[in-house]
Every structure is written in C-alpha cells, then in structure tokens.
Design a protein around this ligand. Sequence first.
Ligand SMILES: [Zn+2]
Length: 299
Amino acid sequence: MNESLVKYLSGLLDADGCLSFNFRKSKSHPGRYHVGLRLVLSAAHSVDRNGFVPSLPELTGMGTACQIPPNKSVTAWTVARRSHLEMLLPRIIKHMVIKAKHWNWLLAEWRQYRGQEYGKNGISEAEREILSEKVRSSRQNVGPLKPKNHPTWAWLAGYLDGDGYYTLRVQSGKTHVRVGVCAHVNDASVLEFIFQAFGGQVRHYQKKQNLKFWDRNLGSSQTSFALRFLPNLAKHSKLKRCKIDNMIRWHRQRLRDSSTVCSRKWCNKKIRSKGLCQLHYNRSMKYSVSDSLNTHNNL
Ligand SMILES: [Zn+2]
C-alpha cells in the first residue's frame, strides 16, 4: 500500500470510518467476553460508482468487502484480523486529523485486553460495561497525535470524499461553484484547520445545532485559485473525481471562451495588459521601445 493511498484512506476514515470494540462471548468461559477490534468503512453505491470500497481488500491486501442488507445498496469494508489491524492502524492514525487520538487509545486498550491477563479468559460483564463507558469518554478526545500545520492533498481528498461536497449549479443565469464540508461541533477544529490553509469561511447555522460547516467559493472570480486547488484533489479522489473534473473543465472552458486569455496564437495564458499575457506584453513593449529609439536615432 503506497503512502498516498494511506493518507487518502486516513482522510476518508476521518469522515466515514468506524473503529470499535467487538465483544464476543467466550465459549469456554460462560459470562465472559473476548475483546476484538473492528474497522469498518462503508459507502453507498450511488456515491462510490467506480467500486472503490469493494476493491479495498485487493488494493490493501486486507479485510473483506460485503454488501449490506436489506437492499444491498451499501458496501462495507471490514478489517478485524489482528495482524492486519496492527499493520494498518498505526499508518492510518499517523495521518488522521480528527480521530487519531481516539483510535490510538482504542488500539492501545485492545492490545492490553488480548494480553496474558485477559487473552484466554476474556473480560466479565461488569468490565465490559466499564470499558464501553471509557470508549464514550475517549470519543470526546478529538485531534491529530501531533499538531499538523497543513493538510496533505491526499488526506483532504479523502476527507472531502467522505463528508464534503462539490457544487456546480446554474441559478438565475449565474453559475455557483463551491466546495465545502460539514463536521460535528465536537470535531469542528478540523474546519479551522482547512480554513487556515485555504480561506473560505466556517459557518454555524441556527437550525443545525450539532453541525458546523466550512465552505469556499470557487466561482468565476476564483479561477486561478480553483485551478491550483482542484487538480491536486482530483489526483487523489476516488469517489468524487467526476465532480472535481467537471469544475476544472468549467474553469478551463471559461478561460478559453472569455477574452481573459492572451490573444496571441497558441497562447492560453491569462491577460495582463492590452489583450496580452505578461510575456507577450513585455515583448511587445520591448519592440515598441526599441522602435521609438531607432526613430530617435534616425532623426
Ligand atoms: Zn501570451
């Protein structure tokens, strides 16, 4: 598994992943439970049109993928084998921005419960209840293991593939182009993290008390930002690539159609002055200056 797939998955799992204890009743010791750990990532087919989640067992060499009843419109990738979790989780957690601390705690706790003291006999019902309570409080512990300065493109592509949206909509003759994401208020630090890196705004709506939103205009005034921002996400995105590509196409088409592009043949650069890009404008100035100097000398 290459590093950019790991980073992408950490973003997608920060949005849609679930890591939890899986208590199995002990066959040899009635009333006691073995503590397993299970990672689940699910995606609806309507979102995952190219079957990325179903392909994860092959891509990663880990876990299984199965369609979830009743209507089987969702596929879940599940990793529960000890050796796979030990290989996968430390790599994923390192890049996570929201769930790193909680997942790291789950991993450490799980290692302890499968050790000598509990390995054979499991835990009692009372211990199980205490553990479940600890899980609930650990979940409040949000953030990366170490402070991060800037999101990586692969992580951001994954996170936006999970909880984000890309909108390109024509309304009363105006085209609205936006990227955004929503997060639970407890996880809202992730929105500040994205805001610090890319601008836009963080919003909180009265009607949606539990959620906060980050969004950024990518409309016609933002072409140069959009054409730097979007291709980096398109490179990594597995679920929303098509929408990102549409936005990129829209911006490129606009550049070609409007007179914002240099009028010299074959040149697609943005206009700086007098219908020319910086380069062609500088050249034309040089010639006109030397022309006037020549004229001067001739006099
Ligand atoms: Zn030019």
